[in-house]
Ligand binder design. Structure first.
Ligand SMILES: NC(=O)c1ccc[n+]([C@@H]2O[C@H](COP(=O)([O-])OP(=O)(O)OC[C@H]3O[C@@H](n4cnc5c(N)ncnc54)[C@H](O)[C@@H]3O)[C@@H](O)[C@H]2O)c1
Length: 391
């Protein structure tokens, strides 16, 4: 099994910076590189400031910040990354740019170096094909902010060798990360299963079932989510969330289950992008209008909650059906990656799988839209009175 001591990070934006922080804090030697000189020059002052703040809050022991910073080396060329045992690419989400980078860096790296990508949406096997040795290539999907979010989705490509997977599982787990294994399919685990949280809320808004503040309040107070879908889209960036929806929809050859929303597209066109632009579904520039408590009746709350939850549960069940990940990893991913209050499969069983199936069949019949078709596994499990958690 390759031993990982030195980690190289290419691309020092939001994700690369956070990933470098994670490895340096865990005791690894970290080499960092970005194409932009200003970004390279800004790396050490920025990470020093972040770590000093953690020291002030006593999250880090006194003197620890400077120890961590001393493990980071800013490099001014790709050649300077040659001693890495693991390389993680975190440059822009652009297939050709990533492919070009892998083609130039692979000959520089040692044969034993594992090559990882932090892509959210590009196919791992296709990126691996940029390398002459795709068996050492793997998706390593951190969540934002990387130092705080525990989940990492490991996504082997078709050619990835077991030794690379095992080495990463060991290293990431010992850093305190929750590591799940996902099949190389669009959206991996979290970005696939979470689509209806946004998509069905947008559908209900378009149908005027309720306004955004009411839907958000219901999801928070009736279903125990930390944030409602509209508040969350405003936080993520409506453009980013829409781009992921479009990519997943196209990658599934336009399966109606993942159809993006026209209403959301209009928000992007109008540059109402959420918190970062001062206005999204809520206003932020003249006081924050999100997060309010709104009165709603029980029937509406149940309708809204069931519509979103049953679709989320159906996605989770279909992910099991298609071998995207194990039952345990799907439950972990949705709780650790997007802070869902419960694992969706256990939650579906609390409702009763037959209730979830009936709810989906009713929506399917009412709308005549394949977006609501129940997973074959759900039908099968109801028929056989089966459980995901049987002894
Ligand atoms: N932002 C998120 O929430 C998030 C979450 C998970 C995964 N991701 C994925 O992580 C990757 C990075 O995303 P980000 O949000 O950090 O992007 P970002 O735009 O903040 O940073 C990208 C950095 O890469 C640098 N760069 C671009 N091309 C380069 C090249 N050829 N060589 C070296 N440096 C180069 C840029 O100068 C920039 O500093 C993307 O693949 C994205 O899909 C993002």
């Amino acid at each position: 099994m390759p031993e990982i001591k030195t980690v190289a990070i290419v691309g020092l934006g939001t994700m690369g910076h956070g990933i470098a922080h994670c490895f340096a804090q865990a005791g690894y030697d970290v080499l960092v590189f970005d194409a932009l000189q200003d970004t390279r020059n800004g790396f050490l002052p920025k990470i020093t400031k972040t770590l000093q703040r953690l020291e002030e809050k006593e999250i880090l022991a006194a003197g620890e910040a400077s120890n961590i910073v001393s493990r980071c080396t800013v490099c001014s060329s790709l050649e300077a990354l040659a001693s890495a045992d693991l390389l993680i690419e975190a440059i822009a989400e652009d297939f050709v740019a990533k492919q070009t980078l892998f083609r130039s860096i692979e000959p520089i790296l040692r044969d034993s170096c594992i090559i990882g990508t932090n892509t959210s949406s590009l196919p791992i096997t296709a990126l691996a094909a940029s390398c002459t040795r795709p068996e050492r290539f793997i998706g390593i999907h951190f969540f934002n902010p990387a130092p705080r979010m525990p989940l990492v989705e490991l996504v082997p490509g078709l050619e990835t060798e077991e030794a690379s997977v095992t080495a990463l599982q060991t290293a990431l787990t010992s850093m305190g990360k929750k590591v799940v294994l996902a099949r190389d399919t669009p959206g991996f685990i979290v970005n696939r299963i979470a689509r209806p949280f946004y998509g069905e809320a947008l559908r209900m808004l378009e149908e005027q079932v309720a306004d955004e503040a009411t839907i958000d309040c219901i999801l928070r107070s009736h279903a125990s989510f930390k944030m409602g879908p509209f508040e969350l889209m405003d936080l993520i960036g409506i453009d980013i969330n829409f781009a992921v929806s479009e990519q997943v929809f196209a990658a599934f050859y336009f399966d109606p289950r993942y159809r993006p929303s026209i209403q959301q597209r209009r928000m992007v066109d109008a540059k109402r992008l959420g918190r970062k632009s001062g206005r999204g579904f809520y206003q932020y520039d003249e006081g924050d209008t999100s997060g309010s408590t709104v009165p709603f009746d029980k029937t509406l709350a149940e309708y809204v909650t069931h519509r979103i939850l049953f679709l989320l549960m159906n996605e989770a069940i279909d992910a099991v059906f298609l071998g995207v990940a194990s039952v345990e990893d799907i439950e972990t991913a949705m709780c650790a990656g997007v802070s869902y209050p419960k694992g969706l499969l256990a939650w579906a069983e609390e409702f009763g799988l037959a209730t979830v199936l009936d709810g989906l069949i009713a929506l399917h019949e009412e709308y005549g839209d394949d977006r609501y078709r129940p997973s074959p596994l759900l039908r099968r499990m109801v028929k056989n009175k089966a459980s995901f958690f049987a002894e």
